[in-house]
Write a protein that binds this ligand. Structure first.
Ligand code: 5GP
Ligand code: ZN
Length: 116
């Protein structure tokens, strides 16, 4: 169910513009508005979940789909061999700012670990 106040639900509906790089029945992927790396893509489910913390055991297939889709986008856009980072910021301490579950796919530079 779409959340009418959610900016990512608005992006899914096309009410807020975005540059889509991939879409299917379960998810869409688009460029982050404020990229933190040369490639910074967000992969989001079409269904609204506030965060990873709100995804129940019955949604393993959807969660797996987001990750497999990230790997596929990385291959299709040609950065899988050099590598990339996948991040799911969750709730306040996790640094989440948009409360619609999303996977960050970052590439095009070397990342340090642990992140800040
Ligand atoms: P979070 O901090 O919740 O993990 O990530 C939210 C991400 O959404 C941030 O990287 C931010 O730049 C991105 N973002 C916020 N608003 C918009 C928007 O309207 N369009 C796009 N493309 N990205 C957005
Ligand atoms: Zn939403």
């Amino acid at each position: 169910m779409a959340n009418s106040d959610c900016i990512f639900c608005k992006i899914i509906k096309g009410e807020i513009p975005s540059t889509r790089v991939y879409e299917d029945d379960i998810c869409i992927a688009f460029n982050d508005l404020h990229p933190q790396a040369p490639r910074h893509i967000l992969i989001i489910p079409r269904e609204h979940f506030d965060s990873l913390d709100r995804v129940d055991e019955g949604r393993k297939e959807m969660l797996g789909h987001l990750l497999v889709t990230g790997a596929r986008i990385a291959r299709d856009l040609g950065f899988s061999e050099r590598g990339y980072r996948v991040v799911i910021n969750t709730n306040e301490d996790g640094g989440q700012t948009v409360f619609h579950l999303h996977v960050h796919l970052l590439a095009g530079r070397q990342f340090i670990f642990p992140p800040g």
